[in-house]
Design a protein around this ligand. Structure first.
Ligand code: TYM
Length: 332
């Protein structure tokens, strides 16, 4: 039997943050040799919020470069750009016509963003999970590794599979979410009850993978803590403490018990120094590799060309099966 297939993606902001890394990308890299991986840059999802045409394309390539910088290996992983494969948009339309609007109106992420944006909310934001279902189902993956915030969208994807297969016959494969216990919800540095997010207006709320050491040091210096001495995991009264300790654990690679013992009597000052140093050390190899990838644009372009070819062959096949099941005639 061949390896199970994994599919996942990250929006093309050009600069990923620690939530994207610890909730998704790092796990793709760690598990990649167990699976056949299809990993793409979600540049169609990116335009659900306004994007400057002058930077959209550049950010998309930068995000792909970060995938390589974080250690994706082309022997195990196919890397491609969502908008390069038209089947994603086409399948979205077909799924739109079997997806009830109220399923989409129930999505937490939509509700949160719609409230923030008020009347200016665009239809793409509502339809976003249908595009995500198309992204996934085109590749018939077994597993979809994501952070906690995408769980509800994966449930919707599974609902679409069941609805489609009931109506048109068993064409689509039911994927399983792959969500790790630790790192699945990295919290904001300025408020431990909110997730770290690229849409937070404060830069101080997140660490980006490409932040230079002085920026990291400044963000950690200014991050929110609490007045209690000694650090501990899992105390709901101390969300910032749990978040920062978890970041230290994941970035240092130390076991949880060891971190708990090491930090139980530590004051915030020494802990912040330790966390800063650990973070800078963990991000340094990624930043160096990123620079090397960016210095060789031809290589990155060839990776994306190969990725597109491999992915497109699979996507086209699934789209043809879906259309045939729905009754479309094959073009002459
Ligand atoms: P996006 O770009 O918002 O986030 C990419 C990945 O990072 C995870 N993530 C987090 N994990 C832990 N803590 C956080 N604070 C945090 N913030 C983000 C997300 O869970 C995700 O795994 N719609 C998706 C992209 C997408 C996709 C797909 C994913 C499009 N099509 C198909 C999987 C399969 C999104 O906007 O993720």
């Amino acid at each position: 039997m061949g390896r199970q297939r994994v599919l996942s993606g990250i929006q093309s902001t050009g600069n990923l943050h620690l939530g994207n890394y610890l909730g998704a990308l790092r796990n793709w890299v760690e598990d990649q040799n167990q699976y056949e991986n299809f990993l793409f840059v979600a540049d169609l999802h990116a335009i659900t919020v306004p994007q400057d045409p002058a930077t959209l394309g550049v950010n998309t390539y930068n995000t792909a470069a970060l995938y390589l910088a974080c250690g994706l290996d082309l022997n195990d992983s196919t890397i491609f750009i969502q908008s390069h494969i038209a089947a994603h948009s086409e399948l979205t339309w077909l799924f739109n016509c079997i997806t009830p609007v109220n399923w989409l109106e129930d999505m937490i992420q939509y509700k949160e963003k719609a409230v923030k944006q008020g009347e200016s909310v665009n239809f793409g934001l509502l339809d976003y999970p249908v595009l995500m279902a198309a992204d996934i189902l085109l590749y018939k993956p077994d597993k979809v590794p994501v952070g906690e915030d995408q769980k509800q969208h994966l449930e919707l994807t599974r609902d679409i599979v069941n609805r489609f297969n009931d109506k048109f016959g068993k064409v689509l494969k039911l994927p399983e979410p792959l969500i790790r216990k630790e790192g699945a919800r990295v919290m904001s540095l300025t408020d431990g009850t909110k997730k770290m997010s690229k849409s937070d207006p404060s830069e101080l709320s997140r660490i980006n993978l490409l932040d230079p050491p002085d920026k990291i040091a400044n963000k950690i210096k200014r991050c929110k803590t609490d007045p209690v001495r000694g650090l501990e995991f899992g105390n709901p009264e101390r969300p910032e403490c749990n978040n920062l300790l978890t970041l230290y654990m994941l970035l240092s690679g130390k076991p949880k018990e060891e971190v708990a013992t090491q930090c139980q009597d530590m004051g915030w000052g020494p802990f912040k120094s330790l966390l800063t140093e650990t973070m800078i050390d963990a991000l340094k190899p990624i930043q160096e590799k990123y620079q090397a990838v960016m210095d060789d644009k031809g290589y990155l372009e060839s990776v994306l060309r190969d990725g597109r070819q491999k992915a497109e062959a699979i996507a086209r096949q699934t789209l043809a099966e879906v259309k045939a099941a729905m009754g479309y005639s094959v073009p002459l």
